[in-house]
Design a protein around this ligand. Structure first.
Ligand code: EPZ
Length: 428
């Protein structure tokens, strides 16, 4: 079955949309449950494809998982294997997050090396180097990373790049290692800080999370816990763009983690867009008719998040002049530009730089999602384009956004989800 969204643009959007739990905090949290045996309760978990895939892997390993609303019960007392099947691991890059936890808690792991994806090669050398410094033996067979370790030993590790999931993997591994580990050039994302908090509440001893040097004193054992997943700053940023595209209609964003969005809000301010507090943790945007072009340079946190550049690109098609986006994290994150051009946008890409000229009225056309955030960007573009936009490969959007069409319909948007048989095989 192929699913697509039919978006009829130009409808005014008004009302409230709530930010859900962070996908990129939930995924490491799921891997982290392997570090202790027993019953976990994770609250505010987003029901997105990436979470479901990680749960299938946990169940394959022997865990039991059960959703009750957005609360997720996980029982890890029955873990009985440490190998992850290719057909599950190849669906999700975050499967690499099981490497550190399995090696630390069970002394071994067999993880298919997650292939590259639409946005870039996405190697795992920093994960692998860090684990071998922690005295794991690594082997590579048939595309699998195979680890073995009686007990990991603490070490000083300098990451070649502040990789988010590599920092998370090594945090989990070091928490059960013997002795002290120092992670230098560590990632500082809020999701890394959240994982450190989760580990600390499980009994780990961690200092410095959120800075580029993290100290971990390994423990023999950790214990399960209850914890609430932090709100999703990238979904929040997506809704700030949505609100900015419909300023006259006032879209209010509930539960916006504004503290995690300092740089994106600063960039909106440069564009002439003010983020205004409505009440305790609800916000909307105020902007004049014209918005100004800007230069965006993506960087590790607290720099401008690479995950939001495709969404800002859509808004910049409406700015009065020429904007630049420099993508420094991933080598192939502008594939959406070709699709935006089909909607009439003036965007040209040269290597890792996109040049966008506006304001350009967009008009509907068939387009496809090229990755998760690009898909969300094209959906928003369809909402401001005149006529109808048909968006394909929407399963990529559903990896990271829960029920987006329904939530946008609740604001008055005209977006229809259509399932159709894959006709090709029948015709020939
Ligand atoms: C995390 O991916 C996020 N995913 C990504 O979000 C996000 O775009 C990225 O961080 C950057 O913020 C999750 O947290 C599950 P990296 P991750 O390792 O950890 C290089 C989304 O849309 N690198 O920080 O895989 C790599 O090539 C997704 O939700 C190595 O060279 O990103 C890249 O250039 C997309 N060797 C840079 O680091 C390694 O071993 C940043 O990658 C690892 C990474």
């Amino acid at each position: 079955m192929e699913r697509k969204y039919i978006i009829r643009g130009g409808r005014p959007l008004k009302g409230e949309i709530e930010v859900k739990g962070a996908k990129n905090a939930a995924l490491p949290a799921l891997a982290c449950t392997l570090l202790a045996k027993g019953n976990f309760l994770l609250k505010n978990v987003p029901k997105v494809r990436d979470v479901f895939c990680m749960l299938k892997i946990l169940e394959h390993l022997g865990a039991k998982a059960q959703f009750e609303g957005t609360n997720l019960q996980i029982d890890t007392s029955g873990i009985k294997r440490t190998d992850i099947p290719y057909e599950l691991a190849s669906q999700i890059r975050a499967s690499i997050l099981f490497l550190g936890a399995l090696t630390a808690a069970y002394g071994e792991a067999v993880i298919p090396r997650p292939g590259g994806c639409d946005i870039g090669k996405r190697p795992t050398d920093i994960h692998e180097k860090g684990l071998s410094l922690l005295s794991a033996e690594l082997d590579f067979k048939h595309g699998n990373i195979i680890t073995r370790a009686k007990r990991l030993k603490g070490a000083e590790i300098i990451l070649d790049f502040p990789s988010v999931t590599a920092t998370e993997n090594l945090l989990m591994a070091a928490s059960l290692a013997e002795g002290e580990t120092i992670l230098k050039n560590a990632a500082k994302e809020p999701e890394v800080v959240f994982l450190a908090e989760m580990l600390s509440e499980m009994g780990a001893e961690i200092k410095g999370a959120g800075t580029d040097t993290i100290f971990i004193k390994g423990k023999k054992r950790l214990h399960p816990l209850k914890i609430k997943i932090i709100p999703d700053r990238i979904e929040g940023g997506t809704f700030l763009i949505l609100s900015s595209l419909f300023p006259e209609n006032e879209v209010i964003i509930k539960n916006l983690p504004i503290d995690y969005l300092e740089t994106p809000c600063l960039k909106l301010k440069e564009m002439g867009i003010e983020v205004k507090k409505v009440d305790r943790n609800s916000y909307t945007v105020k902007r004049s008719k014209k918005i100004w072009p800007v230069e965006i340079v993506t960087a590790p946190y607290p720099g401008f998040p690479t995950d939001l550049q495709p969404l800002y690109a859509v808004l910049l098609t409406q700015a009065e002049g020429t904007s630049i986006i420099r993508e420094n994290l991933f080598e192939n994150r502008f594939q959406y530009a070709f699709e935006l051009k089909r909607l009439g946008a003036k965007i040209n890409v040269e290597d890792r730089v996109a040049v966008i000229t506006g304001p350009t009225p967009l008009s509907g056309s068939p387009v496809k999602a090229t990755d998760l955030r690009a898909g969300a960007a094209l959906l928003l573009a369809g909402l401001i384009a005149e006529n109808t936009t048909t968006l394909y490969r929407v399963e990529l959007i559903e990896r990271g956004y829960e029920n987006l069409p329904q939530r946008i319909r609740a604001l008055g948007g005209d977006i229809e989800v259509v399932e159709e048989e894959n006709e090709d095989s029948k015709k020939f």
